[in-house]
Design a protein around this ligand. Structure first.
Ligand code: ZN
Length: 168
């Protein structure tokens, strides 16, 4: 396992639609392990492959810091359906030093494939539902700053321009 540098806005890989994973081979297992290592090192609770520069549909999430859950690794994940509304202050390892409330669905049905090639489907709510929507957005080239009001986004862009946001 090795730690990878995290790509930050406006790096192009973050705006690209990631490729479906056709074969869960050794390269994918290594990618997943590297992403978990990188997520833990950066003290994040979720990470998508494009954030370490790999345009493939793989996400990891670990909610244990939030008090429950387990490490989740999902290949080609999709939100099948969702209902209700929820919003919390979101941040992103690829958008350092900025947070904003983002409108999300409260409860979602998620489908994906595990590293041992099993197709799984489960419902998620609370913070996990938000983390999964946030990470799956990354696979479609969408950042949380794309889902906030233009007023808030302007504040972000002005801060970025002035160099007030830490770039790591
Ligand atoms: Zn993110």
């Amino acid at each position: 396992m090795s730690f990878h540098k995290i790509c930050v806005y406006p790096e192009q890989v973050l705006a690209r639609k990631a490729d479906e994973i056709a074969n869960i081979d050794g390269q994918i297992h290594k990618l997943a392990a590297d992403m978990v290592e990188t997520m833990y090192t950066a003290a994040g609770i979720g990470l998508a492959a494009p954030q370490i520069g790999v345009s493939q549909r793989l996400i990891v999430a670990d909610m244990r810091k939030e008090g429950d859950g387990e490490l989740i690794t999902l290949i080609n994940p999709v939100v099948v359906s969702g209902e209700g509304h929820n919003a919390i202050d979101e941040g992103c390892l690829s958008v350092p030093e900025f947070t904003a409330e983002v409108p999300r669905q409260a409860e979602i049905l998620v489908r994906g494939v595990t590293l041992d090639e099993k197709e799984i489907e489960f419902t998620a709510d609370g913070v996990l539902a938000i983390v999964l929507q946030h990470e799956i957005d990354h696979l479609n080239g969408i950042l949380f700053i794309d889902r906030i009001s233009s007023l808030k986004r302007d504040i972000f862009l002005r801060k970025l321009k002035k160099g007030k946001l830490k770039q790591s």
